[in-house]
Design a protein around this ligand. Structure first.
Ligand code: NAP
Length: 313
């Protein structure tokens, strides 16, 4: 498994992460197998969020980790907070909340559910327009001082939002978790279509890719095998015949699955990407993790991009 520095720090972690968004559906035994499979295939980084499965994903993860043969000290655990989804009791409630009270309570809840003492990294899950940067700065200081969080970052932030927060907190923001895959490649499209007037030239994220490369921020690619926003999986999907034909050809060449080739496509970019797998299938975890050991050549990378329906200017 390829490892890399997270952000511009000395922190070395696996390039492939396992996300536990879908772990709430597993039994503790199944989740322990998932954690062990990931770890034995070189994945030492696990991503979470307080809202996954309404907290149940973190409960299952915590119990499964204790039951598994994997030591907490041998892995990195990350979680996110700041989204308040509607609940059965309060269906109207939906907001983003970066208030001091909400964030501090969220981190305490995360640690309690996962039965751990600290997070290796903590991310703000999705931008809150009411973010008071001084308030967030005091939260980060307190979380760092108490030892509850080692590193800080964000998720789904554009460039200017990132800069605004970075200019006001003492800690370096080393991670931005963003949707990115062969079928969700806006941050690549905008660079390729610079100086054009077509729809791919429209910048939705403030050149977040080049900004992150300049800053040394690690982009963690979420939903690496989905198209749309959770519309479905593009691998082996008859809606995408050309893409699957190209993935199949390369999977035969490298002796891996199409998932691995799709992960390798993300990791081939020289920005400091990590890929977050969401599969809860042990075989698929092992197969997909193998993508970290493949380096696609330039033409192969472009072939995949074009097979996904993209065009070069
Ligand atoms: N920051 C954010 O806003 C944000 C948003 C979403 C997700 N995330 C993070 O990113 C992680 C990954 O997201 P994701 O779960 O959407 O990623 P994903 O890996 O693209 O999708 C996983 C899903 O696709 C299925 N799948 C994968 N390959 C398949 C194949 N070849 N054939 C059929 N089904 C296949 C899996 O089913 P099986 O389990 O059956 O394999 C699973 O249901 C999450 O766990 C979470 O940590 C972050």
């Amino acid at each position: 498994m390829k490892t890399q520095n997270v952000g511009n720090t000395e922190w070395q972690a696996s390039s492939v992460i396992l996300g536990n968004m879908r772990m709430d559906k597993l039994s503790v035994d199944e989740a322990a197998e998932v954690i062990e499979t990931a770890y034995h295939n070189g994945i030492n980084f696990f991503d979470s969020a307080d809202i996954y499965g309404k907290g149940q994903s973190e409960i299952i993860f915590g119990q499964a980790l204790k039951q598994s043969s994997v030591n907490r000290e041998d892995i990195f655990i990350q979680s996110k907070a700041g989204i308040v989804p509607p609940t059965a009791e309060n269906r109207e409630q939906k907001r983003y909340d970066f208030s001091r009270e909400h964030l501090l309570n969220s981190v305490d809840g995360i640690l309690e559910r996962m039965q751990i003492d600290y997070l290796d990294s903590f991310l703000l899950h999705r931008p809150d327009p009411l973010m008071d940067v001084a308030e967030v700065a005091s939260v980060f200081d307190e979380l760092e001082k108490s030892g509850k969080v080692k590193h800080f970052g964000v998720s789904n932030f554009n460039t200017e939002q990132f800069k605004l927060l970075q200019n006001n907190v003492s800690q370096k923001l080393i991670i931005n978790q963003l949707q990115f895959s062969i079928m969700h490649s806006g941050m690549i499209d905008v660079g390729l279509h610079a100086n054009m007037t077509d729809s791919q030239s429209v910048d939705h994220d403030g050149s977040i890719l080049t900004f992150s490369q300049n800053e040394g921020t690690t982009i963690q690619a979420w939903s690496p095998f989905q198209y749309g926003t959770f519309d479905g999986v593009f691998i082996d999907n008859e809606k995408f015949p050309k893409l699957n034909e190209t993935l199949e050809k390369l999977s035969l060449k490298y002796g891996v699955t199409k998932n691995a080739v799709a992960a390798a496509w993300i990791l081939r970019h020289p920005a400091n990407f990590q890929v977050i797998l969401g599969t809860m299938n042990p075989k698929r975890i092992a197969d997909s993790a193998a993508g970290a050991d493949i380096v696609l050549d330039r033409q192969e990378w472009y072939d995949i991009y074009l097979a996904a329906g993209n065009q070069l200017p």
